[in-house]
Design a protein around this ligand. Structure first.
Ligand code: SF4
Length: 366
């Protein structure tokens, strides 16, 4: 394994970075409470999600579950409902399971070793390092996509793609974090790296003129900062098409719990059936028959709204909303009437809200 070295002494690197961080860091809610539980919550929410999206969710979540014990005793549906719209719902389930595990196995005390942290559901190397270094000052590195990009440029790592899990980089970051921890600066240093990657060494057009590492950046010196890191190999997109039944009664819609495991498991959705990808001419009679056979729903289709596109990780969904009327007096077991705009007791995926809005806009014109 080829050992990576910084182009400047580690003390200079840390000093420049920390000075910049003290002056430019954002006042984010999770930076006001550097304790393991809020830091874990923030790190989990920030996975694949932008800061500005996370802030209101973080505040609501912490208000409802101010302590780890509160989360451990929570109802899963309520947790998912609070998470609704943030996506990647397995994060919420794992977080709740982690809280339960800490309360059951560690007497409610947050694990203070990396080996224990890594055994918690949904906690990987990055999250364990982030929580233990930021909240507990432990000498552990953090290496996420932002920091990987920053170092690929700073060290001019030509052979590294943005998705590589580079052992030499982990090793270098471990040495840096040990140095900073010995000076009780690892919490700020790791946050500084995250912040620099998010604000300055951005994916496109890095703002090198505002970067505290500008004077020693090897990528910038070679003029290749915008070409690094190499693009990662992307997972192939999977296209899926569904018809969804939009059945409304006053201000409420009929929703059912998704019990299939592939995606959105546990969420409450419009009744949904698969249709052929690319299908444009969905006939009302065919759909009525399909909803009856596949879901036992007796409907009459009143019209179709324009298709709605929605992406869930590598799955690209096309949803065909079919406005329908229930032919039976009461809905079949398992379906409930609810208003996805106001009722927070059911976890609802973002596409349901999207379609409900579309329906309200086009009401009476189908
Ligand atoms: S100088 Fe530019 S490329 Fe180098 S680390 Fe800073 S922002 Fe990134």
């Amino acid at each position: 394994m080829e050992k990576l070295e910084l182009p400047v002494p580690v003390a200079v690197f840390c000093r420049d970075l920390l000075r910049w961080y003290q002056r430019h860091r954002r006042d984010l809610p999770w930076r006001r409470r550097l304790e393991p539980y809020p830091v874990l919550l923030a790190e989990v929410m920030l996975q694949q999600t932008q800061v500005k999206t996370v802030v209101p969710y973080y505040r609501r979540f912490l208000k409802r579950y101010p302590t780890l014990e509160d989360l451990a005793e929570s109802d899963e549906d309520e947790v998912l409902a609070l998470w609704s719209g943030l996506g990647y719902y397995s994060r919420a389930r794992n977080l709740r399971r982690a809280a339960r595990q800490i309360c059951d196995r560690h007497g409610g005390e947050f694990p203070r070793t990396y080996e224990e942290m890594i055994r918690l559901p949904g906690v990987g190397r990055y999250t364990a390092g982030a929580v233990l270094s930021i909240a507990c000052g432990q000498p552990l590195p953090v290496l996420d996509g932002n920091i990987r990009r920053l170092f690929a440029r700073y060290l001019k790592m030509d052979g590294v793609s943005s998705g590589d899990d580079s052992p030499p980089l982990w090793d270098l970051l471990t040495r840096i974090s040990r140095f900073a921890a010995a000076r009780e600066e690892v919490s700020d240093l790791n946050q500084a790296l995250m912040e620099l990657g998010a604000l300055v060494c951005t994916p496109r057009s890095p703002s090198c003129g505002r970067c505290p590492l500008e004077g020693s950046c090897l990528g910038l010196q070679a003029g290749v900062q915008e070409k690094l890191p190499l693009p990662r190999a992307r997972r192939a997109v999977r296209r899926l098409s569904y018809a969804v039944a939009v059945i409304r009664h006053r201000d409420r819609y009929l929703l059912g719990r998704n019990r299939e495991s592939e995606f959105l498991k546990g969420m409450w959705e419009f009744p949904r059936i698969p249709v052929k990808v690319g299908e444009r001419n969905l006939g009302a009679k065919t759909l009525e028959e399909a909803f009856r056979c596949q879901l036992g729903l007796s409907l009459s289709i009143d019209g179709l709204l324009k298709p709605v596109r929605h992406q869930i990780t590598y799955r690209r969904l096309t949803l065909h909303p079919a406005v329908a009327t229930l032919r039976t007096a009461a809905p079949p077991a398992g379906l409930v009437w609810t208003d996805p705009g106001t009722d927070r007791s059911y976890p609802i995926p973002a596409y349901v809200t999207k379609i409900a809005k579309l329906y309200r806009r086009t009401q009476g014109r189908i």
